[in-house]
Design a protein around this ligand. Structure first.
Ligand code: ZN
Length: 188
């Protein structure tokens, strides 16, 4: 009988030790399994990032393209509005000529224009105008006088309304011009 007891007690001990090994083994496995959970915790916050960017990129093709199209349509009229500020106006004017001599500019002629600039300004290429019609320093293109725009830097008692007086370095050149009706381009 005691042998039987002995046998069962051995079996129980064996079983207990087996359970202990299994328990220890499963504990190691559990700890081992628990450890990889830590990096998972870190990887979880990073997971929504790609899904978010996907969400943005899904919205992106629709809305910004429509916005770009609107911007392009808006840009065209805007450019058209800005351009008229630089437009050129063609005005038919009665154009005479003068030089810096006393015959043209009176006994006190000193070669200084009403703007204060000397007659040598712009290579002696400029005009006198009625400043109520063309403000001082306005640029005009006068066919037959110069191909380049020339400035208004002078005025004269006889130059009123749509009249211009072209400056020439000699009285003879001024006389040659005489009096002409010319389509003057006013640059504004
Ligand atoms: Zn003269």
């Amino acid at each position: 009988m005691p042998k039987k007891f002995n046998k069962t007690s051995r079996l129980v001990r064996f079983a207990r030790s087996l359970l202990a090994i299994v328990a220890a083994g499963s504990l190691i496995l559990f700890v081992g399994a628990a450890r990889p959970a830590k990096p998972r915790k870190f990887s979880i916050p990073t997971m929504p990032r790609p899904t978010r960017t996907v969400a943005f990129s899904q919205k992106a093709p629709v809305a910004p393209l429509a916005a770009d199209a609107e911007l392009l349509q808006d840009a065209r009229p805007a450019a058209a509005v800005l351009q008229p500020a630089k437009k050129h106006r063609v005005v038919k004017m009665e154009v005479t000529a003068y030089c810096a001599c006393t015959k043209c500019c009176g006994p006190n002629a000193q070669g200084i224009t009403a703007s204060g600039l000397h007659v040598s300004h712009n290579g002696g290429k400029f005009v006198a105008a009625d400043n109520d019609v063309l403000a001082m320093y306005t640029k005009v293109v006068v066919p037959g006088y110069d191909s380049q725009p020339v400035p208004v830097i002078d005025r004269g008692g006889a130059i009123k309304g749509y009249k211009l007086d072209l400056y020439f370095p000699t009285h003879e050149e001024a006389l040659q011009w005489g009096r002409q009706l010319v389509d003057v381009t006013v640059i504004e």
